[in-house]
Design a protein around this ligand. Sequence first.
Ligand SMILES: *Cc1c(COP(=O)(O)O)cnc(C)c1O
Length: 245
Amino acid sequence: MDAKHVDKNESSTKVSFDSKGLIERWQQTLGQIKDACESSQTDNVTLLAVSKTKPVSMIAALAEQGQQHFGENYLQEALEKIEVLKNDTKASEVVWHYIGSIQRNKTRDIAENFDWVQTLERDIIAKRLNEQRPESMTPLNVLIQLNIDNEDSKSGCLPSELPKLIASIKDYKRLCLRGLMIIPSKADTDAFVRTQKLFNEIKDAHSELIAWDTLSMGMSGDMAEAIAGGSTTVRVGTAIFGARD
Ligand SMILES: *Cc1c(COP(=O)(O)O)cnc(C)c1O
């Protein structure tokens, strides 16, 4: 057997990497979140580990340490990882978040395999996810991705379209609308605070949205600012897993 062949057979959770370094970076990230929470006098920030392009063995190693939430952007890659980890007892508690762009013809795979979708921006996609979420599963948790910078080139629902989208989604029985997600541009220094204001206004205006509790903001480079601005979920890739190719 040549080396390539061996790799293939070992494809599941055995790709080698520096697991000590990985766990150290993860612990460091948790420490930074804790510090930011203390400065902002909050305590309910969830770490979403963004594992796109990284091997499933890294996910398994962190799951074993107690990391529960993982985010993936590329559907095919994600489905393969989910399948592998289903059979890994230590990783079977993983909560999967889809954070990539959603193609209309791929909604069924998302509805059947994920616990959360953070990148919902159009009613047609919400409608399909609602129809395709299996009855045997709990409702799919969803966040509306908001284009807080109002830039045409960026994905996300425009603030002006938000009321209409919320009005449709809240009636979908197989979806559970939890809040908002943003990827602000660097130049937009008060995006976090503006989004938190909007988030709270929606909460006050819609008492029927009983699960409206999640504000997904902040990545490796701006975690602390996002937490100071009211984030309840930070999505961290590079700081934990290292640079992506
Ligand atoms: C890749 C990605 C992240 C993680 O970014 P890092 O800078 O590597 O922490 C967070 N959110 C989304 C939507 C992403 O696509």
